[in-house]
Design a binder for this molecule. Structure first.
Ligand SMILES: O=C(O)CCCC[C@@H]1SC[C@@H]2NC(=O)N[C@@H]21
Length: 237
């Protein structure tokens, strides 16, 4: 996959731009600063200017992959963790695709689709050392975990390199990502709360859906958005 990068010093949201401009396959919109960055569940994504990686990768989804589009978010989480491993940092994924180091959020990923196109927005904290009070206890950055300042271009290129590999695997339709994902899945085998229920996190299925067991021993699937980790993971959201 060939990437073509377009940089903005400041922009409202790279995902918004990429979606509105129906950017071509392989375009990467990136910026130093977002004034209205978007997170999952329409939450704001705030990141200090000039410190972090904020980018949106644009892809065309082949027709035969559209039925399994739910997997893409998980492949993206794996791509970011693989890039981090290349940089010497061991990370985990909190379903579906928050990237955590030592239980704190290092990167967030927002996959948005429109027709045959998908935009993968990645916010990865690189050199930010201070976070706003409301997230200070639950966020981290590469500089905080490694103790050194990193070159953001190196981090971005590592993520793009791994993304190219994982996107090919996504398109190839392989299901070997399930075991790989579960190896680094945060909270696997622990009891968490889903809505008011205590459930055991069992893993994911081949569509990327969460597998849980409830208190009476019934195994169930939980689809995106239906789960809330808040009560159990309150200290890291
Ligand atoms: O964890 C999340 O809620 C996902 C956060 C995604 C943030 C990135 S930063 C680059 C891209 N542009 C946006 O507006 N959002 C994504």
């Amino acid at each position: 996959m060939e990437f073509k990068k377009q940089f903005f010093e400041v922009i409202d949201s790279t995902n918004r731009y990429a979606l509105e401009h129906e950017c071509a396959h392989g375009m990467v919109i990136y910026t130093d600063e977002q004034t209205a960055g978007i997170g999952r569940f329409k939450r704001p994504w705030q990141a200090a200017a000039g410190m972090n990686v904020m980018m949106s990768i644009c892809v065309d989804i082949p027709e035969e992959s559209r039925a399994v589009i739910g997997r893409l978010a998980l492949f993206c989480g794996l791509a970011v963790t693989a890039a981090l491993q290349q940089l010497g940092v061991e990370a985990q994924v909190k379903w579906p695709n928050d990237v955590l180091v030592a239980g704190k959020k290092l990167a967030g990923i927002l996959v948005e689709t429109r027709g045959s196109k998908a935009v993968i927005g990645i916010g990865l904290n690189v050199n930010q050392l201070d976070f706003p009070d409301e997230v200070a206890a639950k966020a981290t950055s590469l500089a905080l975990v490694t103790g050194t300042e990193l070159d953001r271009d190196v981090v971005m290129d590592a993520v793009l390199g791994q993304f190219a590999i994982y996107f090919d695997r996504f398109v190839a339709g392989t299901t070997d990502f399930v075991a790989e994902y579960e190896r680094i899945m945060y909270g696997l085998g622990s009891w968490v709360k889903v809505d008011a229920d205590q459930v055991l996190l069992l893993g994911i299925d081949a569509s990327g859906t969460l597998r849980i067991r409830d208190e009476i021993g019934m195994e169930r699937l939980v689809y995106s958005g239906a789960i809330s980790f808040e009560s159990v993971y309150a200290d890291m959201l």
